[in-house]
Design a protein around this ligand. Structure first.
Ligand code: PEP
Ligand code: MN
Length: 344
């Protein structure tokens, strides 16, 4: 951290600042120029906030040198991290594209069965489906709860698929972890720190979705909460953010893919379904994500979208999904990547 003093900062002001720096266990490096004095804070600055020094008399501004997250940074862990699932799927590493697909919400045995059969036939090895739904309206379908988890487990096992499903409260984490290989943290819960700590304590990989109004930096700091509890199997998911644009449900921040790949070695996933909100836009956006280096995709598929209890407008039919999977393979090939993600 570098602290730039105001032009007329007095010597006692600089001395008081140095005393504060040293009281926090850091070393101060003073560089007195002809017009300005600059004070370097030597040591791992990540645990402290710039505001600690900003209020001191004579301070003009405080500039961070290190990112506010450590465990999540590529600097700390240079090699791409790979999340290996029990069924042989490997998420991360920038080569294979792992497609996780299924309905927005588990609605019934028949619906889940039809969706699972379709995505499995198209090559999917990770089944998605919400049992606990964080809906904007309290009157919308809230999910089947534990019954939904049991259905996911049973159907996925029949096809040798892993399960990814959302957990919305810390208390539910052990129950969801019992039935699913991957815990999903939804966009609306990205900064639910109690929940982040709870999944950080779970022995399960986590897909952490970016909040709809959150920066990449805030996403990485949210991931840091999970990593700091000892769970290093975290993937980050870009699922669209709120902008002034209303033509689509959200706006996919495609920049986030290379930006995250640069900042962290954690796997990066893109959700083109929530990002666009419209089934007809899912394919092109999914392909852009593959071309930009995403390690995985999270795609909503429903056997009968007009009848879906949630997110029908953005859900692909089985036929549209099969078409997408073929294109994912071709784009992955074109950019020198594989389209499968299994070592089986
Ligand atoms: C979902 O995956 O069904 C979901 C609710 O996504 P998000 O948290 O990104 O809105
Ligand atoms: Mn959904």
């Amino acid at each position: 951290m570098v602290i730039v003093m105001q032009a007329h900062a007095s010597e006692p002001e600089v001395a008081a600042l140095i005393a504060k720096i040293e009281s926090l266990g850091f070393t101060a490096h003073v560089s007195a120029g002809s017009e300005r004095t600059i004070v370097g804070v030597i040591g791992d600055e990540r645990p402290i906030e710039p505001v600690v020094f900003e209020a001191f008399p004579g301070v003009e501004r405080v500039v961070r040198i290190l990112a506010p997250y450590k465990l999540a940074s590529r600097e700390f862990h240079p090699a791409d991290r790979v999340i290996a699932l029990p069924n042989g799927v490997r998420l991360g590493g920038g080569q294979d594209v792992v497609v996780m697909a299924g309905p927005c919400a588990v609605e019934s045995q028949e619906q889940l069965e039809a969706a699972a059969e379709a995505v499995h036939a198209a090559g999917v090895r990770v089944l998605r489906g919400g049992a606990f739904k964080p809906r904007t309206s309290p009157y919308s379908f809230q999910g089947l709860g534990e019954k939904g988890l049991l259905l996911l487990r049973e159907v996925a096992d029949r096809y040798g698929m892993a399960v990814i499903t959302e957990v919305i409260t810390p208390e539910d984490v052990p129950m969801v972890a019992e039935h699913a290989e991957i815990l999903q943290i939804g966009a609306r819960n990205m900064q639910n720190y109690k929940l982040l700590r709870a999944v950080g304590d779970a022995d399960r990989p986590v897909v952490l979705k970016r909040g709809l109004g959150s920066t990449v930096d805030e996403l990485l700091q949210a991931a840091e909460y999970i990593l700091a509890r000892g769970n290093d199997r975290v993937a980050l998911c870009e699922r669209g953010i709120r902008t002034f644009e209303t033509a689509t449900r959200f706006t996919l921040d495609i920049n986030a893919v290379p930006v995250l790949k640069h900042a962290t070695s954690l796997p990066v996933v893109v959700d083109p379904s929530h990002a666009t909100g419209r089934a007809e836009f899912v394919r092109p956006v999914a392909l852009a994500a593959v071309a930009s280096g995403a390690d995985g995709l999270l795609v909503e598929v429903h056997p009968n979208p007009p009848e879906a209890l949630s997110d029908g407008a953005q859900s692909l039919t089985p036929a549209a999904f099969a078409h997408l999977m073929g294109d994912v393979g071709r784009v992955a090939d074109a950019v020198g990547r594989g389209a499968d993600g299994t070592d089986a």
